[in-house]
Design a protein around this ligand. Structure first.
Ligand SMILES: Nc1ncnc2c1ncn2[C@@H]1O[C@H](COP(=O)(O)OP(=O)(O)OP(=O)(O)O)[C@@H](O)[C@H]1O
Length: 389
């Protein structure tokens, strides 16, 4: 998160406005599994936000709704406005216009510290002088629980997070993964109606990230209020969220379930995230005439503006123009770059149609691929996927 406007993050978990909220137990399925997201929850439940924030050189204008129990990921490239949106939701950045309603209450009239909102920051922001237990007990204590009751709840949270052995540890002696779990417990212990997670896994190393991601996934599945996660990592978004809201340049460019978005990307940024070649054109029957480039033959029969996509693995490369290939799509290209991609080589091709192609190391060597090499690329119509734009 880029802290650009100088506002300080909250120094502790804010208190909820009532005690009726429920956190913890529930028979929910896992986020991103089974449960159909509800993009337009009932007006008196869940989140209804129209966030308008104007900075001198940036304008955010997004509508965001989420039903209780739903996990929404705000996904977007650097500078898209994710942090600004999250800070708007948390009350750390004032809205220039719009509205922010949670469970039927106007939050924009509630001071940030009184909002039933829990925030988990990328860099944890635990109280350094308090033990793990007291960090978690802080929220319930602020909400009026007795010291003993607050500590009892905190003890339960530590157990749930698998951190009972670290109750007396100070944040500086916790690992990144442990600190992030304490931060999550601290936010959840206040039973927030809106949980905000700002790049919660970004500061962790790859292995810890895997572990914390799967734990977070479990806790979010049990969480019965609205959770909004900000990330630029598509994997975090796909694994943790029921619904993705993709933001580019302060606007929502696409929203839907992770599988929907992965199958039908509508911008270059999303196509790149999910690893697809994506083009826009005008479809007539089985042919999509690209706006800038050749025609692509597809199996779908469409008329009008259309996207056509195919994965890099669907591309076959030839050094010489293939004669016996049954592929309907054949383009002359030039290798612009090569990079290792898992156990494959990804070739970045320019020419008639810019595209990415994946091939094995052996195939790359046999084709003598190198930047500047001229190459023929084919894609079968059955490997492409066309859908209305
Ligand atoms: N207080 C501010 N004053 C002026 N411009 C700002 C302010 N806060 C953010 N911006 C600008 O708003 C734009 C969006 O920033 P924001 O941090 O919300 O993006 P982001 O999607 O979270 O990016 P990142 O992934 O890099 O954190 C950027 O161009 C940023 O410079």
């Amino acid at each position: 998160m880029t802290n650009t406007d100088g506002a300080k993050p909250p120094q502790g978990p804010p208190a909820p406005d009532n005690e009726s909220s429920t956190g913890g137990a529930g028979g929910k399925t896992h986020p991103a599994e089974g449960r159909m997201p509800t993009p337009h929850p009932h007006p008196t439940t869940g989140l209804h936000a129209h966030l308008i924030v104007t900075h001198p050189t940036f304008h955010l204008d997004i509508t965001l709704t989420a039903a209780p129990g739903e996990v929404v990921a705000l996904l977007g490239p650097n500078g898209a406005g994710k942090t600004t949106a999250l800070r708007g939701l948390a009350g750390l950045t004032p809205l220039t216009a719009g509205h922010l309603r949670l469970d039927g209450t106007d939050l924009d009239r509630t001071p940030p510290e009184s909002r039933p909102v829990g925030v988990v920051f990328q860099d944890y922001l635990l109280f350094p002088h308090l033990t793990a237990l007291d960090n978690i007990a802080f929220g319930p204590r602020c909400q009026g629980a007795t010291k003993a009751e607050a500590r009892r709840q905190a003890t339960e949270w530590l157990a749930r997070m698998g951190l009972s052995d670290h109750a007396t540890a100070k944040p500086r002696s916790l690992s990144g993964g442990q600190a992030q779990r304490v931060a999550l417990a601290r936010a959840l212990a206040t039973r927030p109606r809106l949980l905000l997670l700002d790049e919660p896994l970004a500061a962790l190393d790859a292995r810890t990230r895997l572990e914390v991601r799967s734990q977070l996934r479990r806790h979010l599945a049990d969480f019965e209020a609205v959770a909004v996660l900000v990330t630029h990592d598509p994997l975090d978004a796909m694994v943790l969220a029921d619904r993705l809201v993709v933001i580019e340049q302060g606007q929502v460019v696409q929203e839907g379930t992770p599988s929907d978005i992965a199958r039908h990307p509508r911008t270059d940024y999303i196509a790149q995230l999910v690893g697809l070649n994506l083009y826009k054109g005008r479809s007539e029957g089985h042919t999509v005439h690209l706006e800038a480039g050749p025609d692509i033959t597809t199996t779908e029969d469409l008329t009008g503006e259309a996207f056509v996509a195919f994965p890099p693995s669907a591309v076959t490369l030839y050094r010489d123009r293939p004669t016996g290939s049954s592929a309907r799509n054949l383009w002359r290209c030039e290798v612009a770059g090569l990079e290792t991609h898992g156990d494959q080589i990804r070739a970045d091709l320019t020419g008639e149609l810019p595209l990415a192609a994946d091939l094995t190391t052996v195939a790359a060597a046999e084709l003598d691929l190198h930047p500047g090499a001229e190459i023929w690329a084919t894609v079968k119509a059955t490997q492409t996927h066309a859908y209305p734009a």
